[in-house]
Design a protein around this ligand. Structure first.
Ligand code: ATP
Ligand code: MG
Length: 392
């Protein structure tokens, strides 16, 4: 009887020809997630599942926690590997349930190895009966207090109690790259995470207005990047000084258009970074109607400043749903701290809520767009993040 963790793949089986590529990436990600806790050879393959072989000293809780960050896993099951034998299944299940208190039980068997002579129903019946007798409990298939899962795989079998829900989604890295505009607010970290969950590698860009705004908000963005890196293992954060460009906008253009013009420059700079990084799209945390700059008209007039698609995973999401996700992801408490938003720096008293494109074009004739973008790009600094930390 060997201690193992079984992890099942999430959507991969749906992906036809890409399946092998997805599986390889998922395997790589699981191994990376376990760096410092287990050697990579302890993770083995199998159809629709990986098996992680534990060592005597393994820190199971830490391993399970790391696995919960891996996109592409449907669930995580801590159990044992045993030989294919009905009596062994019964004895193993008894051991796993020994210190539990329960009144009802269900046995759930899957058999991918058809060489094993008993069907899954027969295994359920036999093991279920043995457990009912031994513990003096009843079978309940709908809402049991305890479930014993038995997976009969190629020449071996796995037995475990509970299934812990995995992160779901697609393995990080299978969908190409995106550049995400990341602020210290609640929305953009959640938007970045949602796109990450669809398999994209996310590169972060943050604009700050130092010295007019504080160092603190840049530090908050660093902390948020650290949390998000747990889900994709390495991240790049581009930090863009934005104050000079904002000053120019303030000097040359009508007050009511300021925020829209700030945003148009943000996406232009982000697009330039995307080209350098060979990324396919930009990402923002915008949600329709949330603030003045996020009316449909303003979203439209910001969007046309670039040619890459702008993905807005939160476009139809309410703030409360976003906050709940932020809690789950781990960015909520960082975003909750007060921060200086670079767009509230010199924010207009009456921002335009339904901008006119001709007026925007007119305003921008006063600005040397190319030169301003290049000047901002020349001041960029890039920071690198990785998880698990190299020293663990
Ligand atoms: P968030 O909570 O993500 O800041 P928000 O609801 O506060 O969003 P805005 O501040 O208007 O909305 O920003 C809209 C989007 O523009 C953000 O979700 C983010 O993608 C991008 N953005 C705003 N400020 C910055 C910044 N300083 N650096 C990078 N991106 C930014
Ligand atoms: Mg904001």
């Amino acid at each position: 009887m060997k201690s193992v963790i079984i992890v099942h793949h999430h959507e991969i089986t749906l992906k036809g020809d890409n399946r092998r590529f997805f599986e390889r990436q998922l395997m790589k990600n699981v191994r990376t997630a376990l760096t410092g806790l287990l050697p990579s050879s302890s993770v083995g393959g199998g159809y629709g599942r990986f098996v992680i072989h534990l060592e005597e000293q393994s820190e199971v809780d830490k391993i399970v926690e790391r696995l919960t960050f891996v996109f592409g896993l449907a669930n995580i099951c801590v159990g044992v590997e045993v030989e294919q034998n009905l009596d062994v299944f019964c004895d193993t299940a008894k051991k796993l349930l020994e210190s539990q208190s329960f009144k009802t039980i269900r046995v759930h068997t899957t058999r991918s190895d058809k060489k094993f002579p008993h069907g899954s129903m027969a295994v359920n019946a036999k093991v279920g009966e043995a457990l009912c007798q031994h513990f003096n409990v009843r079978a309940n298939l709908k809402e049991p207090d305890e479930t014993i899962n038995i997976e009969i795989a190629d020449n071996t079998a796995y037995v475990y109690r509970a299934k812990l829900k995995g992160a779901g989604g697609l393995p990080s890295g299978v969908s190409g790259k995106v550049v995400s505009l990341l602020s210290a607010g609640f929305d953009s970290p959640v938007a970045s995470w949602k796109i990450m969950k669809r398999g994209a590698s996310v590169i972060f860009v943050h604009f700050h207005s130092m010295p007019y705004t504080s160092q603190h908000s840049v530090d908050q963005v660093r902390q948020i990047t650290e949390v998000l890196t747990k889900y994709q293992f390495t991240s790049k954060l581009y930090i863009v000084p934005f104050a000079d460009l904002q000053n120019e906008i303030v000097l040359q253009t009508p007050q009511s258009l300021r925020v829209i013009l700030y945003r148009r420059f943000m996406v232009r700079i982000a697009e330039e970074i995307a080209h350098r990084e060979k990324a396919e799209a930009l990402v923002t945390g915008e949600s329709v109607g949330q603030v003045a700059s996020q009316t449909l008209r303003n979203i439209r007039n910001i969007e046309v400043a670039v040619t890459l698609p702008i993905l807005r995973p939160l476009s139809g999401t309410d703030k409360e749903e976003t906050m709940a996700l932020a809690r789950r992801i781990g960015t909520h408490d960082i975003s909750k701290e007060p921060y200086d938003d670079c767009c509230s720096f010199l924010a207009p008293r009456k921002p335009e809520t339904w901008s006119n494109y001709k007026e925007i074009q007119q305003a921008e004739t006063k600005l040397n767009i190319q030169q301003l973008v290049e000047a901002a790009i020349s001041k960029i600094s890039i920071e690198h993040f990785s998880f698990p930390p190299k020293s663990v």
